[in-house]
Design a binder for this molecule. Structure first.
Ligand SMILES: NC(=O)c1ccc[n+]([C@@H]2O[C@H](COP(=O)([O-])OP(=O)(O)OC[C@H]3O[C@@H](n4cnc5c(N)ncnc54)[C@H](O)[C@@H]3O)[C@@H](O)[C@H]2O)c1
Length: 390
């Protein structure tokens, strides 16, 4: 595919909201955006504190006429510039995703937003509507689907190498919240412990939505029904830190979902096991260059990203020769680069194509899954359809 820089004759101009020094994900977005030299970072409001926003803008080297103190000031000023931003990337606490996404779309900017899409279903639905009305690009950074071997797994399922999908398992296990902590307003990411900001279920918004999206992406199936328990395991904690669920998938396959941030010592163990009528696949984010394939009739096989002729789906999103590990940052960058292609095409009014990056509808599905799981959990684990959520 021709690089968007040569099609457009320039890099895309990107603004950012959130991601001040010390934030978790801000630097990752900024690296990911620039890894393929597709975007130029031209402005941003990195903090809700106007002085810190100014300072951070200076440190990132934004030009003096593009140093903004507030998001509103940035949007209003950018809208009137000849060299205005093309896209806005949002990496702020969850409760602001809706407001900033709507504001950016209203000003005609394409959006790249971190997950979860919003904190409520109502907001998610309104955002889907807004994206449809404006016809702008919306990329939701469920970054784990950018790994080469996740793309390979999906391709193998499309090619029916597993036969008909019968059983699915996805888990996202972390230990970052295994300790009992006294929450104070000045600690990093204190907002996560406030449901008004982090949403109705911290563990589901933080990592459950990633696991849910990964499962949908790889299998091409939807979660139709869920029987769940969502709750809190660490003493004296108000927000959810674990969620377990049985799943019924759209093709009748059965599944298990497990997400927790309270597993002491575990690092970032996002993994899936998919079984069909003629074989199974297993992958874990911590060893991303290994995809294990277990055919029903034959020896187990290990796939690695292995060059264009051999695994084209993986090669399409790999940058270096086989044997050189690519991981989190590169996977994140793949979504940015794919979004750039879509944004470039939109600017040039070229026809829409199918893109691999997650979008606003994927975000809505994530919110539907959260709501269904919470409804089920409140009713003692009864089966709830994801289409049943009000
Ligand atoms: N995709 C991933 O793998 C991943 C990983 C971590 C976090 N996230 C998501 O990224 C978002 C941020 O999470 P985090 O862990 O980096 O949080 P954080 O608290 O570390 O950082 C948030 C940043 O946003 C800034 N900010 C807050 N309100 C703002 C406002 N109104 N205007 C401008 N800046 C504002 C803060 O100053 C801070 O720099 C969350 O939605 C989270 O779910 C995604």
């Amino acid at each position: 595919m021709e690089h968007i820089r040569s099609i457009l004759g320039r890099r895309l101009r990107l603004g950012v909201i959130g991601g001040a020094p010390g934030s978790f994900i801000g630097e990752v977005h900024r690296i990911a955006a620039r890894l393929d030299d597709t975007y130029e970072l031209v402005c941003g409001v990195l903090s809700s504190n106007p002085q810190k926003a100014l300072q951070a803008g200076k440190e990132l080297g934004f030009p003096s006429d593009r140093l903004y103190k507030t998001v509103q000031q940035m949007l209003e000023s950018e809208e009137t510039r000849k060299d205005k931003i093309d896209a806005l990337a949002i990496m702020t606490p969850n409760d602001t995703h809706f407001e900033y996404s709507m504001a950016a779309l209203d000003k005609g900017f394409h959006v790249i937003c971190d997950k979860p899409l919003t904190n409520t279903l109502e907001q998610a639905r309104a955002l889907v509507q807004k994206v449809r009305e404006t016809d702008l690009v919306f990329c939701l950074t469920h970054n784990y689907t950018g790994y080469p071997l996740v793309r390979q797994a999906r391709e193998m399922i499309v090619q029916k190498m597993l036969g008909d999908i019968r059983l699915v398992q996805v888990e996202y296990v972390q230990g970052g919240r295994a300790r009992e902590v006294q929450v104070s307003p000045d600690m990093p990411r204190a907002w996560k412990y406030n449901p008004e900001k982090s949403g109705p279920s911290l563990v589901m918004g933080d990592i459950g939505t990633h696991a849910h999206h990964l499962l949908r992406f790889v299998t091409g199936l939807e979660v139709s029904q869920v029987s769940a328990e969502v709750g809190t395991i660490v003493p004296n904690r108000q927000v959810h830190d674990f969620a377990g669920a049985l799943l019924r998938m759209s093709n009748g396959a059965r599944g298990v979902f497990w997400a927790t941030q309270a597993a002491a010592g575990v690092e970032n163990s996002l993994s899936f096991r998919i079984s069909g009528s003629s074989g199974s696949l297993e992958w874990c984010q911590e060893i991303p260059q290994r995809l294990q394939f277990f055919p029903l009739d034959g020896p187990a096989q290990v796939f690695t990203p292995n060059g264009p002729g051999i695994l084209p789906a993986a090669a399409k999103v790999s940058r270096i020769a086989k044997g050189h590990p690519e991981g989190y940052l590169e996977g994140f960058a793949n979504l940015y680069t794919e979004a750039a292609q879509a944004i470039g095409n939109a600017i040039l009014k070229l026809p829409h194509r199918d893109y691999d990056f997650p979008g606003v509808v994927d975000g809505l599905k994530g919110l539907e899954f959260i709501e269904a799981a919470l409804l089920s959990s409140r009713s003692g684990g009864s089966w709830v359809s994801t289409h049943q959520v009000p």
